[in-house]
Design a binder for this molecule. Structure first.
Ligand code: SAH
Ligand code: ZN
Length: 721
């Protein structure tokens, strides 16, 4: 008898649950990584980018013609073929053969299917390799070198996805000298601006506290003031930034160009331009974007220029290419007409900037070989939205007001949040003693520096413990009378992950006085059904793209979206993505921090009443924290405006949602969500968007929803289509 033995491989991934703080082991599908990557990928957005696709097609047609006119065979190398789109364009344009290289296995498989479905099997060979592994020769991946090089390897920063080393290698080994390249050239543009709003994402502003014994100013350590920050690019939808939020200090200038038809050098280098400020002000930010010319003459141009630069015609919304915000290492006053020098430094993958008053200020050798590295650690602890949140004066005022309400002269205060200013506020507002629990080495170190800079090192005690291992001796045998948290934890990705505060509060229960005040006293989860002006594109099927059937890709994304984890909400900074409400905001669940985490599940369900016609693209979810009975802060919706505006720019008018009660049409309202705080627009507000409809389709509508909170795994929410 033969025993068949099956070897079963299981992948277990350990991860900390951000809500409960507990470590969990989950069995994972072998394609686990792929699903997430595909579900959250930019492929759909690229396929919806009509402007990009059209121009690539024009550029490819022109390049194939030029080669044919020379009497040569057109051999195309398409690096990073994705769905195979650009190769299919080339084949349709008359190319003799295309080598379509794609490193990401699931995509290469999809490309094979798509190429076959569209009837290009004999013209396109899909090669599942990184381009630098591709071989040329009779037995190689490619029979011969190509004379047309087509790629789309650009990110918002142009070079962040490795375009330069890929081109460098391709010119050396994969294409002929004098080849045609589509795009032919890329150009990076910059503009110097002053912007309190954007600067607030990178530096901590002084905080003013009106204490009993006079005004106190909380300042940052000088190390923080002069820190160059982190090298990761800050890419945003600059078109959502109102012109009142920044002051232009210079004209738009060309920083550098790359000609893709010639050998490309990826080694670190720098570029320098002279700027004549058009206005005096504080130079803080370099705004940057790029364009690509699809042909040598520059007549087929695809640009990321923002609204104040570009003519309004042919505006194309896209999320896969945005604009960059670069923070200068420190702010520099500049005078109108007084020339300054702006230097762009780059390595293979990233760009950073420096501003100088005079050309010879430093010698060439040390111009900027090193990419910016955070020395103060605050930039490691606080990401940019978090900086913005800490700098939000309105928000700080709410915390100050509520602390003043609850603090007594004999208050013993414990703060549980990562890198929060609450302990400082509590001290200045008269707490007798303040402890702060800092979980990570980074937050401990930043808070130490912070307290030192404000001469509070012996006033506030940093506790190096996890909530569950806190002992009475940590607290000098005192009972906590006021427990505070913003709450904010660096491990939180989605709004309700900060409910970790509730678990921490439960874990420190035995150290709390019987009459303890917990601030916030409660939190609530809110939801609203919305129609997005544009964001729907990133998760919407494409069908036919420039005449090519890409439904295989649509199906692949759909199945990845159906995979467990992808069903979770996605965080999006919604101020960048205009939407209008189709329902009133609903309070979905309340979490009472005055009590410990309950043993049972909290759950609620209901149905959403749609108030107006529209496409229900998703539900946005956000948390509100009720600091005291009458002071709350919202991390989401700030304000609903009543502008009577019903159509979107460049967006077909919404189809009827069949669930809309006809009776409600009379009171149809156009509620535009203002997801920024008041007029000041200080911060990047994070909503979470749950794609209740899964893969967005135009004629679906939300029905019932359920939300539940389980003590072991935290919160989850779902809505049925
Ligand atoms: N060409 C497609 C997809 C562009 S996205 C389109 O225009 O619609 C870029 C793709 O290039 C990704 O799928 C990525 O996996 C792939 N890629 C990036 N660098 C690569 C390289 N050096 N070799 C092979 N594939 C690469
Ligand atoms: Zn720093």
């Amino acid at each position: 008898m033969i025993y068949k033995q099956r070897l079963i491989m299981k992948t277990f991934c350990g991860r900390a649950n951000p809500t409960t703080g507990a470590m969990e082991w989950l069995e994972e599908d072998e394609n686990y990584d792929y699903h997430q990557e595909i579900a959250r990928s930019r492929y759909a957005d690229m396929l919806h980018d009509k402007d990009r696709n059209m121009k690539y097609y024009q550029g490819i047609r022109a390049a194939v013609s030029r080669v044919k006119e020379r009497g040569e065979k057109a051999i195309v190398l398409d690096i990073g073929t994705g769905t195979g789109l650009l190769s299919m364009m080339a084949a349709s344009a008359g190319a003799d053969f295309c080598y379509a290289v794609e490193v990401f296995k699931p995509m290469a498989n999809a490309a094979v299917k798509i190429v076959e479905k569209n009837g290009f099997c004999d013209k396109i060979k899909v090669i599942n390799k990184h381009s630098t592994e591709v071989t040329v020769g009779p037995d190689g991946d490619m029979q011969c070198r190509a004379n047309i090089l087509v790629t789309e390897l650009f990110d918002t920063e142009l070079i962040g996805e490795g375009a330069l080393p890929t081109y460098e290698h391709a010119h050396k080994y994969l294409v002929q000298e004098g080849c045609e390249a589509v795009p032919h050239r890329a150009t990076v543009y910059v503009q110097l601006v002053e912007s309190k709003r954007m600067w607030s994402w990178n530096k901590l502003f002084p905080v003013c506290v009106e204490a009993e014994d006079g005004e106190k100013i909380v300042v940052s350590p000088s190390e923080m003031e002069n820190c160059p920050g982190v090298p990761s690019v800050c890419d945003i939808q600059l078109n959502q930034m109102p012109s009142s939020d920044f002051t232009v200090l210079s004209d738009v200038v060309t920083m550098f160009s790359v000609d893709f038809s010639k050998p490309v050098r990826s080694a670190s280098t720098y570029y320098r331009v002279q700027l004549e400020p058009v206005k005096s002000g504080k130079a803080q930010i370099v705004l940057s974007w790029w364009d690509i010319d699809m042909d040598p003459s520059g007549t087929i141009n695809c640009t990321m220029a923002p609204y104040w630069v570009k003519s309004t015609s042919a505006f194309q919304w896209r999320d896969h290419w945005m604009q960059c915000v670069y923070f200068l290492p420190s702010e520099e006053p500049v005078l109108q007409g007084e020339k300054v020098y702006l230097t762009a430094c780059r390595d293979e993958y990233s760009v950073w900037y420096k501003l100088q008053k005079a050309r010879g200020e430093d010698n060439k050798a040390d111009v900027c070989v090193e990419s910016p590295v955070c020395r103060c650690q605050a930039h490691l602890l606080w990401n940019r939205p978090r900086f913005g949140e800490l700098n939000d004066q309105n928000r700080t005022r709410q915390y100050i007001k509520s602390l003043m309400n609850v603090l007594r002269t004999d208050s013993v205060c414990l703060c549980i949040s990562d890198g929060s200013l609450l302990p400082v506020l509590a001290h200045y507002l008269g707490a007798k003693q303040v402890f702060t629990l800092e979980n990570s080495a980074v937050s401990r170190s930043v808070m130490e520096k912070f307290f030192k800079a404000n001469h509070l090192e012996d006033k506030i005690k940093i506790l190096e413990a996890r909530p569950e291992s806190l002992t009475s001796s940590h607290l000098e045998d005192k009972k906590i009378s006021v427990l505070v948290g913003e709450p904010f934890f660096t491990t939180s990705l989605l709004p309700w992950h900060n409910l970790y505060f509730w678990y921490a509060r439960t874990a420190v229960c035995k150290h709390l006085a019987s009459n303890v005040t917990v601030l916030p006293q409660s939190a609530s989860l809110h939801m609203m059904i919305v129609e997005f002006q544009d964001l729907w594109r990133i998760r919407s099927p494409c069908g036919i793209c420039e005449g090519f059937d890409v439904r295989t890709m649509d199906d692949m994304i759909k199945s990845s979206l159906d995979f467990r984890e992808s069903k979770e909400a996605e965080p999006h900074p919604l101020w960048e993505y205009p939407c209008k409400s189709l329902s009133d905001p609903l309070e979905v669940l309340i979490f009472d921090f005055r009590e410990t985490v309950p043993q049972h599940c909290l759950s609620t369900e209901g149905s959403v009443n749609l108030l107006r016609k529209g496409k229900s693209h998703g539900a946005v979810l956000w948390m509100e924290y009720h600091l005291t009975a009458d002071i709350s802060v919202s991390t989401g919706l700030m304000q609903i405006s009543n502008e009577k505006q019903d159509s979107y720019l460049g967006f077909e008018s919404p189809k009827d949602a069949s669930s809309v009660d006809k009776g409600t049409n009379e009171r149809m309202r156009a509620d535009y969500l203002h997801v920024c705080e008041g007029k000041a627009l200080h911060r990047r507000v994070f909503f979470a968007v749950v794609w209740v409809l899964g893969y967005v389709s135009s004629d679906m509508h939300p029905g019932d929803w359920t939300s539940s909170f389980s003590p072991s795994s935290g919160f989850c929410s779902s809505a049925a289509a």
